[in-house]
Structure formats: C-alpha cells, structure tokens
Design a protein around this ligand. Sequence first.
Ligand SMILES: Nc1ncnc2c1ncn2[C@@H]1O[C@H](COP(=O)(O)OP(=O)(O)OP(=O)(O)O)[C@@H](O)[C@H]1O
Length: 262
Amino acid sequence: MVSEEHRREAAMLDVGGLTVEFGGVRALDGVRFAVPARQVCGLIGPNGAGKTTLFNCVSRFVDPTGGTLSVAGSDLLARRAHEVAALGVARTFQNLGLLDALSVRENVKLGSPAQRDGTPWRALRGGLAREDALDARADDVLALLGLADAAERRPGELPFGTLKRVELARALMGEPHLLLLDEPANGLSHGEVDELAQLLLGVRERLDLTLVLVEHHMGMIRAVADRAVVLDFGRVIADGEPERVCVDPVVVEAYLGTAAAA
Ligand SMILES: Nc1ncnc2c1ncn2[C@@H]1O[C@H](COP(=O)(O)OP(=O)(O)OP(=O)(O)O)[C@@H](O)[C@H]1O
C-alpha cells in the first residue's frame, strides 16, 4: 500500500480533491488523480466538464476553492502564475498566440523564461552573447520538431498544422518537465493528427517529458496516451487505459450523442 505522502512525491502532477466554484457553478468538484513522471495522460470529457478549468488551476489563472495541487512535490497553489514556469511547467493554448510581426524563430524565443526576464541589468550584461545562446537553443528546438526550414518565415505564411508545431516549440523553450497541451489535434487533418502524435511521442522520449493533454479527438488519445482521465460535470467518472475507458458505459453515456466516444 503506497502512502498518500509517497504518492504525492512520486507524481509529476498531483491533483488532490480540487474544487473550483464560479458563483453558483461548481466547475471542478473534488477532482483527484496523479500523473507519474513520463506518463502521457489524456484529459477528456464533454463540453463544460471542467478540463480547461483544471489547466487554468495548474497555470494559476484560477484559484481553487478547495483541494491541493502539486508538481513534483512542490505546492503549486503557493505560487503565482509567473512562478509556474520555474517549476518546469509549460502549456499550449487552444488559440495559437503567435505574433505575425515576428519570425518563427523570434516567436519561439518568446517561450524562454530568459527572454521574458527583460530587466535592464540583463540587457547591460552582454545581451548579445545571451541572444546568440537563445538563437541556438531556438534552432535546436525547431530542428527537433522538424521546423528548421521555417525559422525565418512569418506565422501567416505557414499552414495551421505547422503553426501548432511552432507553438509546441515555443512551449519547449522553457525546458519543461510537465507539458500541458490544450486540444493539440483541434483543426488538424487525419494525416496531421498522426504526424503530431508521432512527434509528441518522440519529443516525450527525447526530453523525458510528462504530458497531459486535453483532447476531444479520440484518435489522438488512443495514439499517444498511456492513460485517460474522464471528467463530467467537474468530477472524475473514469480513469484508466484509453481503450478501456472509451467503451466504459459511464463514459459513453456522458458523451451520448457526440462523436468523441465513437
Ligand atoms: N470564468 C468563468 N466564470 C464562470 N463560469 C466558468 C468560467 N470558466 C468556466 N466556467 C464554467 O465552468 C464549467 C467548466 O468549464 P470548462 O471550460 O473548464 O470546461 P471544458 O471541459 O474545458 O469545456 P470545453 O471542452 O468546452 O472547452 C462550465 O460550466 C463553464 O461554463
């Protein structure tokens, strides 16, 4: 029997009875699960189930009304949003926030915590050397994601599937251990979903990442996730291997009438 304390320390992400209320709406209701290091965990559930709210708690955009939340044993709830990256947590968003005035390489560099630390002291201390190091790191990340040829291009010139990878590259600039992906397959063709799935698995292996992805695309979940946690009305209704969870009658019932559980 594993003690509660040991479970917490061993988990990369530990969600302990998390509750969030918005006025009268209980968006999360005692959500409890732990994601071990290097696991790929799919977070699924119908619209309004609480998936984004959970991500927003991890990013510290939302304050829970109850429960605990920790990353590799560190209490996340004691941190502010700008301190989360330092714990090795990065996130992508449903809406790509890429700037068209900048090249792909410059956009990717914005994901580096060093780049955001724009104090005058930093600028005075040989900013050029630092800029070169950032360029080199951005180029490494771009190469890892098969984007080397896109480094000088503007986001507006590139297809959506490529932009999704640029956003992923930007998130990797912070050298995360835990990466949260918000609907990475949304808007991609079948071929692009397969490609992204392979890419994610490769990156996870290469960088020793723990991944949590919110996803409606069950093909993506089946392709990459070791495990699926299903939320409905703010509660965990199933937790297990994706193949098993997809045919769980409780999950099928929750998804009734939607394509996701098909
Ligand atoms: N800032 C907010 N203020 C009030 N209610 C909110 C807020 N954010 C979310 N909610 C409510 O909390 C519940 C959970 O929403 P959430 O966006 O987390 O669900 P979701 O599972 O991510 O849905 P989707 O798949 O549609 O993105 C919903 O009832 C939603 O309307």
